[in-house]
Design a binder for this molecule. Structure first.
Ligand SMILES: Cc1cc2nc3c(=O)[nH]c(=O)nc-3n(C[C@H](O)[C@H](O)[C@H](O)COP(=O)(O)OP(=O)(O)OC[C@H]3O[C@@H](n4cnc5c(N)ncnc54)[C@H](O)[C@@H]3O)c2cc1C
Length: 381
């Protein structure tokens, strides 16, 4: 078979590109070193409950284009994600919102804080915790310190294995404070779960006579990069390669390893229902509980008719390329600099495209990477 395009990685980046290019009439080979499709969005049924093997994935987007695109492959189940946080003696909505303020402060203080937040930032706004900490008003500062100490600090330290001040602002911005009673975790226009799960979406996306899928196949099994040329099974490859794996691995770590944070997800089966919300956070110090959050899957699809339940307990851990999965890139200027050096190496290969969270060393939500893949596929001829 003469392929026009070889796509490495069958997550959303790779599968979207493959699907689009196949629809344009290109012959596409898509490979993945894992034995299944879907990358980190892979899910499967266990005793009737849909479990996300690599951690909870909630689809949310403001991009109509992405929503319409995925709707070609799935029907949707409306789902609004809510998260609760276990503070010392209370369980409160996360992100911290007006209900959380009511729970944590006496009535008079709570009223004052809510009024201050509205006058300072407006109603229904999401304020990054780092911005709140810069506020000079004493009461706002007290609130910010409380949230920082009780909700953000230890969670972040556990999540990243770093001190809070070492984390890039892009990450801290993901931890906002809501100036309203709205306890929705996301405020995007489209918030759904795919009715038959994510894996089914991938199966449908890649079901084309123009697409060949090879699972359990590493890039190094079939492709080699050398001196600006790409070799496929020992012959110079005349097509294009879209690579969605780790960029340092692509060049055999020749400039050093790019650091990631990994997770150990422990799956547990219990009777009945385990917790109130789909995800509950534990922002206490590591010494008290080493895990950051628990996700109970039956909440996603309203599977409460089941007598049993499955949960994932998430233990963040250091990444070792020989042991576990690279989940989150670690944003520091030094890491970014190393990443840019790898990009320079990749630029030596005209027919090589880097796409996705690993190849671009960047955290993407699913909708963002699908959008990028749709755009890339439009440019590849
Ligand atoms: C714990 C967690 C929770 C998340 N929750 C959400 C959420 O709720 N909502 C949301 O929108 N996003 C979420 N995300 C982000 C989402 O997972 C990513 O947007 C998505 O996985 C990116 O797709 P990708 O194709 O770039 O990467 P991946 O899904 O990682 O796919 C890359 C694929 O490439 C394969 N591969 C790598 N190297 C090679 C090689 N050399 N040869 C062959 N195959 C290779 C890998 O096996 C993998 O299957 C979450 C991420 C994590 C880690």
């Amino acid at each position: 078979m003469n392929y026009d395009i070889i796509v490495v990685g069958a997550g959303f980046a790779g599968a979207t590109t493959a699907e689009r290019l196949a629809r344009k009439g290109k012959q596409v080979l898509i490979i993945d070193k894992r034995e299944h499709l879907g990358g980190n969005a892979y899910d499967y049924f266990e005793e009737g409950i849909l479990i996300h093997r690599y951690g909870p994935h909630i689809f949310h987007t403001n991009h109509e284009k992405v929503f319409n695109y995925l709707s070609e492959f799935t029907e949707w189940y409306p789902y609004r994600h809510r998260v609760l946080g276990h503070l010392k003696d209370k369980i409160v909505p996360i992100p911290f919102n007006f209900r959380s303020i009511d729970e944590c402060f006496d009535k008079e203080k709570a009223e004052k804080l809510k009024a201050l937040l509205i006058s300072e930032y407006g109603e229904n706004k999401k304020i990054p915790i780092m911005e709140l900490l810069k506020n000079e008003d004493e009461d706002v500062k007290e609130l910010a310190d409380f949230i920082f100490e009780n909700v953000f600090k230890y969670y972040t330290m556990k999540q990243w294995g770093l001190e809070a001040h070492e984390i890039d602002a892009a990450v801290t911005a993901r931890v906002p404070v809501n100036t309203s009673y709205d306890d929705g975790y996301f405020n995007d226009t489209y918030q759904y779960m795919p009715k038959d799960g994510y894996t089914r979406i991938f199966e449908k996306m890649l079901k084309s006579e123009n697409i060949t899928v090879m699972l359990g196949t590493r890039m190094s099994d079939i492709l080699r990069l050398k001196d600006g040329k790409i070799w496929y099974k020992g012959k110079e490859f005349g097509g294009k390669v879209v690579y969605t794996g780790e960029i340092d691995a692509l060049f055999d770590y020749c400039l050093g390893d790019l650091p990631y944070r990994s997770l150990d997800l422990k799956l547990e089966k219990h009777d009945g229902t385990y917790q109130q919300a789909a995800t509950e956070n534990y922002p206490c110090p590591k010494e008290e509980r080493a895990y950051t959050r628990i996700t109970e899957y039956k909440h996603f699809m309203n599977e409460f008719q089941s007598d049993i339940t499955y949960i994932h307990r998430e233990f963040p851990q250091a990444y070792d390329k020989n042991m576990n999965i690279p989940y989150y890139p670690i944003f520091t200027p030094a890491n970014q600099e190393l990443y840019e050096k790898y990009v320079k190496l990749a630029e030596g290969y005209e027919d090589l495209y880097l796409l996705g969270r690993l190849a671009e060393y960047k955290y993407y939500n699913m909708d963002a990477i699908i959008l990028k893949a749709l755009e890339l596929a439009e440019t590849i001829e």
